[in-house]
Design a binder for this molecule. Structure first.
Ligand SMILES: [Zn+2]
Length: 67
């Protein structure tokens, strides 16, 4: 492995970290889906959405269900 390859790998890893940080930031602001992290188009009126779709909402509840 060459130095440039290592640097490229490290940059990729940092990009992933930055992306994850950004996604969790978006989620905490209610701008991204709680389940998949996809950006949510919030309705102008009414309650803000937490999930991008009904599928994600159901999956999230399945994961977080405590029986
Ligand atoms: Zn989603």
């Amino acid at each position: 492995m060459t130095l440039s390859e290592i640097t490229a790998g490290a940059k990729e890893w940092l990009d992933t970290l930055a992306l994850e940080k950004n996604v969790s930031e978006q989620i905490s602001k209610g701008k991204a889906c709680l389940y998949c992290g996809k950006e949510i188009e919030q309705p102008a009126t009414g309650r803000p959405k937490k999930f991008c779709s009904e599928t994600c909402r159901r999956r999230w509840w399945r994961v977080h269900q405590t029986i």
